[in-house]
Design a protein around this ligand. Sequence first.
Ligand code: V0D
Length: 253
Amino acid sequence: MSMKIPFLNNKQTKENDTEKPENVPDHVAIIMDGNGRWAQRRGLPRIAGHKEGVSAVNKIVKAAVKANVKILTLYTFSTENWKRPRSEIDFILKLPKEFLHIYLPGLIANNVKINTIGDFDELPEHTKSAVQYAVDKTKDNDGMVLNFALNYGSRLEIIRAVKQIIDDIDQSKISLDALDDHEFSKYLFTNGLSDPDLLIRTGGEQRLSNFLLWQLAYTEFWFTDELWPDFNEKSFSVALEEYQRRKRRYGGI
Ligand code: V0D
């Protein structure tokens, strides 16, 4: 049986196999902005930009695996995105299934583990089941963690944590004295994941838009005007190189 696995179409050169760049960020988080504008500039409907954004996701996942990134977190759907037109929301919420139908075999072949953060329960059943299937299928993989922020909002995440902590204090599961930033982190969606080392935002805006407010406290930021569908392996390596340069300066004089 021969099966085409799109993810595996990357040609690894000998150079890439032997090169071990220093100071690769363990955890990269990305705000994938500019999809709607990408489409509108071409006279296409906004949803055409989201669809094009899906193939950019695959390109960057491949690039991240190749670069030896340990965790890649992608902001795919925010709690604020429910304010968009219903037709656009319906289209976007079908993208996980479409993405996984095409790319899941390649992700499995590359030992990628799929994870999600956010309020998963509020998503439509068809979205949840497609994503849950992929999470289950990849749960024993120990390669890169591909972490999708789905129906994610950072303030909601922090409020949830506070409520759960109060509950646990009431039930004497933890003591108020023991609450420090390490303990607090365990109540966030990102429990078990290290904080991002590098945040990338495409599409020209320079703000966090309610993304990982707690986790980005010491993170390096990289903003680019490039729209997400145009963001490619080259753009990604430029961001990684800039990160490496910044860190080297830090350790220096
Ligand atoms: C649209 C650009 C992949 C940003 C990328 C539901 C907006 C394309 C996924 C995906 C979206 C999510 C989970 C998963 C597998 C794939 C995705 C959404 C939007 C929101 F397990 N792309 N993508 N999810 N866009």
